[in-house]
Design a protein around this ligand. Sequence first.
Ligand code: ADP
Length: 812
Amino acid sequence: MSKVADIFETMEYGPAPESAERANSWLDDHGRAFGHYLGGAFTDPDAGESFETANPATGVAMARVRQGSPEDVDEAVRAARAAQPRWWALGPHGRARYLYALARRIQKHARLFAVLESMDNGKPIRESRDLDIPLVARHFYHHAGWAQLMAGELPDYEPVGVVGQIIPWNFPMLMLAWKVAPALATGNTVVLKPAEFTPLTALLFAEISREAELPAGVFNVVTGDGRTGAALVAHPSVDKIAFTGSTEVGRIIRSETAGTGKRVSLELGGKSPFVVFDDADLDSVVEGVVDAIWFNQGQVCCAGSRILAQEGIAVALERKLRARMETLRMGDPLDKAVDMGAIVAPVQLERIRSLVEKGRGEGAEVWQPTWGVPREGWFYPPTLCTNCAPSGTLAQVEIFGPVVVMMTFRTPAEAVALANDTRYGLAASIWTESVNLALDVAPKVKAGTVWVNCTNFFDAASGFGGYRESGFGREGGREGLWEYVRPTWEGTAPQAPELSAPVPEDVPPPGSAAGAPAGAGGGDTPAAGGRSVDRTAKLYIGGKQTRSDGDYSMAVRGVGGRVAGEVGWGNRKDVRNAVEAARKAQAGWAARTAHNRAQILYYLAENLDARRKEMAARLASMSGDGKGAAAEVEAAVRRLFTYGAWADKWDGRVHSTPFRNVTLAMNEPIGVMGAVCPDELPLLGFVSCLAPLVAMGNAVVAIPSRVGPLAATDFYQVMDTSDVPGGVVNIVTGVHDEIVPTLAAHDDVDGIWYFGSAVGSTDVERASTGNMKRTWVSYGRSRNWVDAHQGEGEEFLREATQVKNIWVPYGE
Ligand code: ADP
């Protein structure tokens, strides 16, 4: 037996186990078998298929839970649907009281939650006790506040309705809180499907919600694996799916929900860079790496899994890291002195092993500490990989385990390029003692969260979510609320009358005897009188009027079927050229000052105003409505003014996070945006799409109205005189069925707006999954473009931007 004196000598930790007694007796009270939680009660655990959930540290089964069937999901959705109107009718204060009661009860049962979480997931008790569960309570408190403030802060919004929420196993309770708290606060009801490996704390939460007398049906849990999740996604009466998990499953969900009108928010994978400049405090960096990649055994979507070290300090950093890794303690997750626990399941352990072996096969050097991992249970040691090519498996694939790669760079520009050399964009951390350097690099890294000299900080007041293939939507903060509400007018908006697509008529180029181009069905009538029109509007790409790739034009028919003019018949190649031009221009445009962008928008307005008669005549030639045309031009001028005004006023925020931190929520442009403009009001619709996107620093590929494309092509003359840099706005006219799919599927387009039919909306959403681009589609819903609520304003600005949260700690 060791004496106190011996312990002083060796300074070794003894075991300090947290008691599992209360968690075990809670499980025993339930007979270690659980049904679903539907409509305020647990269902029979033995009524159907079930499976066991095990303790990863021992491999021993803890309890049996049900595999939810489509019928179970249906019952849950019905319960949620039935409860929703009354929950909304409770009003802000009524809901706030419940959220507050939930927060209080989570705190009261905090230790039980933490122990159960560690037993089911394998994470160290220190993490579940000190981080996960306090943050869970914090989310409910914070959102009790949003419930209270909703009427004043979101006056013209209502809940989306019934929300299906599907969460992963890495932070079971925290992910529940991130999703459930904002949904309930804003008046939605919820069906939650926890991950199959970690369902227990969600069931405990269900029980506690009953204790808090949350009305039956407001919160429901259906347990099960991916099949249960798929049934929830497919259920026709679910209004929104909120998902956190792998990019693969996110992609499936995006395409399954395409065209259903279901709102979707996705928080997906990551391969986050951890950038260390040579002036960084290396001892802090080492602790940062511990938190970045060994926290939760690296099973963190935003884990800093790619260390990018400036060459001068790389050797020293590696040496320090190895020394620190030797001192990490791995073992029983309930031991309070343990740094790292177990991997959630054998399948995940196998995945980590095989990816590391693959990396080794590609030439990576794999280093692990000399101590051995526990034999019982599913453990994997902290692992540092060097000598990896940036394109190699270890540098590109999300491992979701305690494995970090280290690469080097020379200059800040190289660091940014390496940091962005990933399809993901969830988070990044930047380590340097120079605040100027950090704040120069932070906006250049494409990620939803950037931590400066810190890592893995989260809070309910700050939004969290991805850029690029890490998904879309934010969780937390004011920016997270928008995922759960919709403008009130939308609920009663009529469907727009479906316009049958105008039949394109080809007009052969002058002097050519060519007939209809391949694939142009219906182009059999030569445009009567087409050649009498002296000028064919061309496409507008990279600031130049260009002939369409196929060198064909289409006739645009106006009043009485007369040809009002001709526009270029753009094809896929033209779309690709336009995207390329937009990409070239975007960064430069975004880097301009907001004041400068505002000036250009005002200038556009001024020049449009100068041509108001000509523009109105053109519109009238297509619509036959002279008065309407004049009013439309006037409205378009005003709209340009609106976004000139907004350009330097769509401010970010400084969130009140409870650390010694400035948390800057910056509204950044999304990048290259497609805009398929509405058919109706061809000039106003076009300007209403273009102006907010451009004001916010995006570059645009616009596809104008099918019936009035000349309004847009005339507009490029206005642009030519208004200092809009080439490539910031590109216009491709043509047959929508031919060019929209190319734009929606293009991997270098970051987002797309589509104002058109339900069928077209479906196609756009489905085609967007390749690079998980953001979509904003109208499903054929009519929007009053003249109205100031519907036709302009914050909704457009939100859809034109994405929020990046930059955390900058202060103090010593
Ligand atoms: P991870 O890699 O984090 O386990 P997954 O994406 O596999 O991520 O799982 C996250 C959640 O998605 C889990 O709750 C899982 O059951 C669920 N899920 C898996 N497949 C599907 C699917 N096809 N549709 C809906 N949910 C699914």
